[in-house]
Design a protein around this ligand. Structure first.
Ligand code: HEC
Length: 103
């Protein structure tokens, strides 16, 4: 019985380790403190962003809020500047856009 449990827990933890990076994970790692999917937090909710921005615009904003905030209609920016790689940018922008039309 113990042996069975051990094998079971080993299988379970290795499947967690091999878990693929997803947009949701990027969100939980970097954005969650300030953005929520459908509720206003410190920053605007993803469903609102998805309703008015393209994938290119979202990626540009995440790459450099400082050079984009004026074009996006903000008077200042309080968002952290990240250094996400192309894969993470692709995942997070698709994740944001997946909230288009959601309440
Ligand atoms: C420190 C808080 C903070 C963090 C962390 C943060 N944001 Fe923001 N974000 C903001 C705020 C506040 C705004 C509103 C404009 C500004 O201050 O730049 C914003 C604006 C945005 C916008 C533009 C909104 C529009 O008008 O279309 C996008 C896109 C965005 N954030 C995406 C992200 C993503 C993706 C992450 C994670 C990788 C992230 N943000 C992390 C605070 C944050």
């Amino acid at each position: 019985m113990m042996k069975y449990l051990l094998i079971l827990s080993l299988t379970f933890s290795s499947s967690l380790l091999s878990q693929e990076l997803t947009g949701k994970k990027v969100f939980e790692t970097y954005c969650w403190g300030c953005h929520h999917q459908t509720a206003v937090a410190f920053g605007p909710p993803f469903n609102e962003i998805a309703a008015k921005r393209t994938k290119q615009e979202i990626e540009a904003y995440v790459i450099s809020p400082k050079s984009m905030y004026k074009a996006f209609g903000y008077r200042r920016t309080a968002m952290t500047q990240f250094h996400l790689n192309d894969h993470e940018l692709d995942l997070i922008s698709d994740y944001i856009l997946s909230f288009k039309g959601k309440k």
